[in-house]
Design a protein around this ligand. Structure first.
Ligand SMILES: Nc1ncnc2c1ncn2[C@@H]1O[C@H](COP(=O)(O)OP(=O)(O)OP(=O)(O)O)[C@@H](O)[C@H]1O
Ligand SMILES: [Mg+2]
Length: 256
């Protein structure tokens, strides 16, 4: 497809999508996400061939919306678009300031949200490098993060929250190992780990939503880790796994 045609087709799809949002009276997503600069950024990504078609909405949240899209070679993509107006940027700033990679970030709300988007991309990269299964990040631009789609045909894999695990033990073991790898090798603490931010894909856990993950230097890193441990133990205990916060903490913290 030539460039103009490609732009037209994505334009049309975005238009259609807008219409759909209006139809379902979900104006929140439309006004909060597809503002003109965001549309422009999507166009830029489309003109580079990174996005070839926009699909439907996968999730709408307070801080970000996630869309399905198609990329090069028909690959399915997840596009996470952070909201600039409604994001809790004070909280974002607190997470950024203690992180040596982003401690210099100052400026407008917009700058903070852009840094946050980059931070999620970097966190996903670091996690992937040490062998933690996460959506592979591809590119980020302003408030838009493009990553591998975990799921099939536009339907994302269920969250642990949405499934009843037949065999919870191996899932728990993998999550425990991932927490350890993140801590020991990537020097990261997820900071919002729970059954809401773990997808189950091909019977294996995939960790998502890493914008708030911090380096171990962050003054709150230990507290965030304790909270993650608590959430994970609570969920897996309920699923029938014999585990405890002490045990899981020890597993994460023990040196080789
Ligand atoms: N890479 C992906 N592949 C498939 N689905 C995804 C992907 N990333 C996110 N999702 C879907 O979108 C949902 C929200 O994503 P995520 O947890 O990253 O955003 P969020 O920051 O929690 O949004 P909120 O503002 O609601 O907290 C997930 O629960 C999942 O269903
Ligand atoms: Mg989430």
């Amino acid at each position: 497809m030539d460039h103009d045609k490609k732009m037209k087709s994505i334009d049309k799809r975005i238009d259609e999508y807008h219409f759909k949002i209006k139809d379902s009276s979900d104006l929140k997503a439309e006004s909060g996400v597809f503002d003109t600069p965001t549309l422009k950024t999507l166009y830029t990504l489309a003109s580079k061939g990174i996005i070839t078609a926009m699909g439907g909405v996968v999730s709408t949240g307070k801080e970000a919306d996630v869309f399905h899209a198609i990329g090069e070679n028909g690959k399915e993509l997840a596009i996470k678009i952070y909201r600039i107006n409604t994001s809790d940027f004070q909280k974002m700033q607190d997470y950024l300031i203690g992180d040596p990679r982003f401690s210099n970030v100052r400026g407008t709300k917009k700058d903070i949200v852009f840094a946050w988007t980059k931070k999620e991309q970097r966190n996903l990269e670091r996690a992937a490098e040490v062998g933690v299964k996460v959506p592979e990040p591809m590119i980020s631009e302003r408030n838009i993060l493009i990553m591998e789609f975990i799921g099939k045909d536009g339907v994302s894999a269920p969250r642990l929250k949405d499934v009843r695990l037949e065999e919870p033990q191996p899932i728990y073991d993998t999550v425990a190992d991932y927490m350890r790898l993140l801590y020991q090798k990537a020097k990261l603490v997820h900071g919002d780990l729970s059954e809401y931010n773990i997808l189950l894909y091909e019977e294996r856990p995939v960790i998502i939503d890493m914008g708030q993950a911090v380096m171990l230097e962050h003054p709150m890193a230990r507290e965030f880790l304790a909270r993650d441990v608590k959430n994970i133990v609570r969920y897996f205990k309920k699923s029938g796994v014999k585990c405890s916060e002490e045990e899981l903490s020890a597993h994460i913290l023990k040196k080789d």
